[in-house]
Ligand binder design. Structure first.
Ligand code: RIB
Length: 305
């Protein structure tokens, strides 16, 4: 079954640096890489690399980055019929720092991504209705996210919302209309205003969010795996131990894999186990989409872990 990703397309400008500069300071970094990113695009490419049929809906700018992003989608077999250029606007860009501990800090300049509007869903409605899931993040206008949730609800299509980057403006009632709500720890902290410094704090913050009426809350926990809460059920999925070099985009790999598994008919618990492993594998490689394994590469890696 086809997965629809309605979301962002960015160009990642990644600096690998041992130390992050202070205000007024200039430092020499070790390495630079440019890659295709954006949380939406990353999730689409991860799912497609794993064999899912993926429809991307997004906006790119009126610049050289746009051609690169479109060619990249085509290379990975993601449908770009509804990824269009916005005249006179720049593509989304994301300067990223990856530090010596392989942790990332990301700025996004959304550019064309903010031109994906609720009315644009009409043009893609026929194809969206053929999809078995709609995946959303928060790098496009909130109104478009809400309209896509309404579209999914009224057409009986399950919706997954990844509230990234976290916004306190997100209307939690819309999150409750999604089948899966998937924040990471930082997003959980911002959305609840509660601390997430240890397992007990994470569980308390997650419980308070779930209590608002979410159907399935999945908190991604980095090297600690993921926590799935629904009703009174709690399930923690632990992650394999790996040697991380770049954590950028691991959460997107998790979502792409989770959606691909659900689309293939895998049950939620098993899909979560696969998604945690897939994200763990992704941190062993540099970059965002470049670190995602194909189905064959992932199978090979899993057999040795
Ligand atoms: O989640 C990682 C992504 O966040 C990067 O690819 C960057 O483009 C930002 O959207």
């Amino acid at each position: 079954m086809k997965i629809a990703v309605i979301g962002s397309v960015m160009v990642d400008l990644i600096a690998y640096t041992d130390t992050v500069p202070k205000a007024g300071e200039t430092l020499v970094a070790k390495e630079f890489a440019m890659g295709c990113g954006g949380k939406g695009a990353n999730q689409a490419v991860a799912a497609s690399k794993l064999g899912a049929e993926v429809l991307m809906m997004g906006r790119v700018g009126d610049d050289a980055f746009a051609e690169n992003s479109l060619a990249n989608f085509e290379k990975y077999g993601v449908s770009t019929k509804h990824v269009t250029k916005v005249p006179g606007v720049s593509s989304g860009v994301a300067p990223i720092w990856v530090d010596a501990d392989s942790q990332n800090r990301i700025l996004i300049i959304p550019g064309a991504n903010m031109h994906l509007l609720p009315a644009d869903l009409d043009a893609a409605a026929d194809e969206l209705k053929q999809c078995s899931m709609i995946i959303l993040q928060l790098e496009i206008p909130l109104e478009t996210v809400y309209a896509a949730i309404e579209f999914g609800n009224s057409n009986g299509i399950p919706v997954l919302l990844n509230p990234a980057p976290a916004s306190t403006e997100l209307d939690i009632d819309y999150a409750c209309r999604c089948d899966y709500f998937v924040p990471n720890e930082t997003e959980l902290e911002i959305l609840t205003g509660m601390p997430v410094g240890n397992d007990d704090e994470i569980a308390a913050a997650a419980s308070s969010l779930l209590a608002k009426g979410l159907k399935n809350l999945i908190v991604t926990l980095g090297d600690k795996g993921a926590l799935w809460m629904h009703g009174s059920e709690r399930q923690h999925v632990s992650a394999p131990t790996v040697s991380a070099v770049d954590t950028t985009g691991a959460g997107d790999g998790f979502i792409g894999c989770f959606a691909a598994e659900l689309a293939a008919g895998t049950d939620v618990a098993a899909a979560l186990g696969r998604a945690v492993s897939y994200a763990s594998h992704s941190v062993t490689g540099k970059g965002t989409q470049t670190s995602y394994a194909t189905a064959e590469e992932f199978a090979q890696w899993q057999s040795s872990h």
